[in-house]
Ligand binder design. Sequence first.
Ligand SMILES: C[S@@+](CC[C@H](N)C(=O)[O-])C[C@H]1O[C@@H](n2cnc3c(N)ncnc32)[C@H](O)[C@@H]1O
Length: 547
Amino acid sequence: MKKGEIYEGIIEKVDFPNKGYVNIDGEKVIVKNGIPGQKVRFMINKKRSGRAEGRLLEILENSTLEVREPVCKIFPACGGCMYQTMSYEEQLKMKETQVKGLLQEAVGIGTDLHWEGIHGSPIEFGYRNKMEFSFGDEYKDGPLSLGLHKKGSTYDVLTASDCKLVHPDMTAILSSVLDFFTELGAVHYKKMQHTGYLRHLLLRRGVTSGEILVHVITTNQAEYDYAPLVSRLLALPLEGKIVGIMHIINDSLSDVVQSDETRLLYGQDYFYETLLGLRFKISTFSFFQPNSLAAEVLYSIVRDYIGDTKDKEVFDLYSGTGTIAQLLASVAKEVIGVEIVEEAVEAAKVNAALNGLTNCRFIAGDVLKVLDNLTEKPDMIILDPPRDGIHPKALPKILAYGVENIVYISCKPTSLARDLPAFLAAGYEVQRSCSVDQFCETVHVETVVLLSKGEVDSKKIRVEFSLEDMDMSEFQDGATYTQIKDYVLEHSGLKVSNLYISQIKRKCGIEVGKNYNLPKSEDSRQPQCPPEKEKAIREAFKYFGMI
Ligand SMILES: C[S@@+](CC[C@H](N)C(=O)[O-])C[C@H]1O[C@@H](n2cnc3c(N)ncnc32)[C@H](O)[C@@H]1O
């Protein structure tokens, strides 16, 4: 089997998140983005240490699991909702099998996971309270488009005018904004040239409140009068209500939604959402679980798993806008939330006051550092880290508290599976576990685990735990090149090469293979890492504790 060769075969199974396997004459080839049972044509695009990977070219025959027609026009090119042709019941079954398999491997075959099943989202479509659309064109120099990137393409954008993940109010706004700028002849931003105007449309809509925030994100390379757009949007016949319209200027190279300047064009810069009877004020950049109704399911499970919090000190680590902390506060002595984004911490404080809660405190900072300065000792801990999981150096600090019960919520089961052995080594057992599907039609899923010391009296045990006890293979030398690339892409939207990473490693005095990625001769020219990418790589090094 060689790179560039084309094969056909059946996808036998799919591991989380979308890793399918095709058997070709006894050799397993990984082919992403398929569904078990599909007959596919693919091209070998990677062959390394006996492992072959193929790029899906065409679906030749549907799987028997695909029982319905696609629900939107841009399937499958968009790549966002790869499971949409399966029934929701089958989607849940598949995600459950994937997560259980991963967790079982992590705790050891034969160890009981006390698995309680998968909980579906209360609504299958129109569930997202936040969506970020990009401006672009569907093909080079094509008409202006607004929607989602074509799978595997950084440039081609497919207009998502019938996206079923969001409420029809949001697609109506999308179409209106696209028409407005098309009529004006405004041009979209081009990353490589750093020219053009239109970048993103960020929409937030409270599922329970119907309140909508509209944000148009552009560079400062043109000027338009937004008054007609505001009038047009306010005249739309929507089920919900637009409460704020903003124009955000982002002229940086980084292609994520961020703001150099925000101009409020109409109304206010926040909206409200109600979860389990509590009210939350949410602003443009605050993290909030993307599926409000499934978040209620998730939070009810967390409340059930953590058990009796009466007179207890609870730590809510990675607390976001403090939703979990506030849901537990009324039945706890005190809840302390720790969150790295200051805006989210400020929102958490406002929300706690709004809900009349006086026994929650929110601290802005990195969990890794904040725990060193906290004098309070928790009785129980909630962990809800970002996709990368818990920083390997923060884990021993969390385990050293030796609390009886820890609830770990994970939006990426592979990160949870990586972290679980550390908990087991410290004497915890998985007492309860389940998944909650916040992301219908897509490959993603949320998982909740109750880790408990069980019979062991945790107070009498001093946990001696060091990094040497953990399986740190993934974090040797800090992190792998792939982890650094993923981190940079996720946090800054930039793609970086091995060459750039090795250049910055050298600059930071981190060991790199002696001749790795060095120019072959003194005269040969190598591209140098641009400052924006250097900054993003250094952020990743910091995250992985390499500098
Ligand atoms: C999955 S969200 C959970 C938020 C919250 N529990 C909720 O349900 O809304 C993870 C949060 O961790 C925060 N975060 C990421 N890295 C962090 C760190 N090193 N220390 C503290 N918070 C961090 C993110 O900003 C984000 O708000």
